[in-house]
Design a protein around this ligand. Structure first.
Ligand code: PLP
Ligand code: COI
Length: 360
């Protein structure tokens, strides 16, 4: 049966003035709207007890499975306010599908796509005041997540789970909009491996990325690009974004090989590029494609992309072995693709692929 997410209103919602102050300087992921969508699952009953309820803490037993074995998955998508005040989600069906793939890998329950989307739209309808306007590429970032909720310290798939969606008004993940970023490249650490959980959006992948991220920031870099750590020759992705190179009039990006995330921004960029007459080659990308390509001048532009970060031009790739400076940080192809994608999301360009879902 379809979930409905009935509303229990927050008795002390933030005032319009408080929300306006947050919107003036949202940062990323530090402020949360007045409500959250929640539903719980039990293997004998399926999904039960759904609702939009006041935003607030969960009560968690110290033995709760997720705290010990990280049986947890999440998603990220944004609600965009268009110039006429309407509010739209970008490709939420893709997030719903991907969450179910992650759920399968982590032995968490499947959630109907329609229920996933309803959890998101009910929250956005309820907290519409929290969706900022388009200025500064702001949006309401939605974070759907699911975790194992059994109180048991043995290792086994949990017979119960919680699914929740929270909303956070945000600016792009990297402060400064299209300011080109420096990326730390490592083959010393792996965030994922063959047969592992790289294609799933599970918390453990991000836990594994924290130490390399600290190393990267010690070298002045805001993200880490992983080179597969056994053969040390295959470019994968960043800790929280997919990567593209622009070379000889063509975009290059690592093929989906089970180790990287099937990014929704990635697949949208490939489509937008095709719409603009730019071909994309999805293939095994080698360290030489990256380093020699930049050194020889063949690779003219590079960018990272993801929901949180949108599309961030790369200024340089750095590693223990040197610095590879892009000749055209924030080059014309990156900027053209970025503008088209953002224009679709904010309703300034025609949505020819039916990607946008109107909520309000
Ligand atoms: N790769 C990783 C590891 C990510 O965490 C993300 C962010 O969600 C992406 C890629 C980009 O995916 P999407 O474009 O669906 O946000
Ligand atoms: C997203 O882009 O939605 C992510 O989950 C990435 C994370 C680094 C915030």
């Amino acid at each position: 049966m379809a979930l409905e997410f009935p509303l229990t209103p927050n008795p002390s919602p933030k005032s319009d003035a408080e929300i306006a102050a947050i919107h003036a300087n949202p940062g990323f992921g530090t402020h949360f709207s007045d409500h959250m969508s929640v539903t719980t699952w039990h293997q004998d009953q399926g999904w039960v007890a759904d609702g939009v309820v006041p935003y607030g803490p969960f009560q968690i037993n110290p033995a709760c499975a997720v705290l010990h074995y990280a049986q947890e998955i999440f998603e990220g998508l944004k609600a965009y306010r268009h110039a006429d005040g309407s509010i739209w989600l970008f490709r939420p069906d893709e997030n719903a599908k991907r969450m179910n793939k992650s759920a399968e890998r982590l032995v968490l329950p499947q959630l109907d796509e329609a229920d996933f989307i309803k959890a998101c739209t009910r929250l956005v309808e309820t907290d519409a005041r929290w969706v900022p306007d388009a200025a500064g590429e702001r949006s309401l970032y939605l974070r759907p997540f699911m975790f194992a909720s059994e109180d048991y310290v043995g290792v086994r798939p949990s017979p119960s789970a919680v699914f929740c969606v929270i909303g956070s008004p945000v600016a792009p993940y990297f402060a400064g909009g299209v300011k080109p970023v420096d990326i730390w490249v490592t083959a010393d650490y792996a965030r994922a491996g063959i047969g592992g959980t790289g294609f799933a959006k599970c918390g453990g992948n991000y836990a594994a990325s924290l130490l390399p991220q600290v190393e990267g920031s010690e070298h002045g870099c805001s993200q880490v690009l992983y080179i597969e750590s056994v053969g040390k020759d295959q470019v994968e992705e960043l800790g929280g974004m997919n990567v593209f190179l622009y070379r000889d009039g063509k975009l290059l990006t690592p093929a989906l090989d089970g180790m990287i995330l099937d990014g929704i921004t990635r697949k949208s960029v490939i489509q937008v590029a095709a719409d603009l007459g730019i071909e994309t080659e999805e293939r095994r990308l080698t360290a030489a494609d990256l380093f020699d390509g930049i050194a020889s001048g063949a690779v003219q532009e590079a960018f990272a992309c993801g929901t949180a970060a949108v599309m961030s031009p790369v200024n340089s790739f750095k590693s223990r072995h040197g610095v590879w400076q892009l000749p055209q940080p924030a080059g014309p192809v990156t900027l053209k693709l970025r503008e088209r994608l953002i224009d679709i999301q904010y309703g300034r360009a025609e949505d020819t692929h039916g990607w946008m879902l109107r909520v309000v």
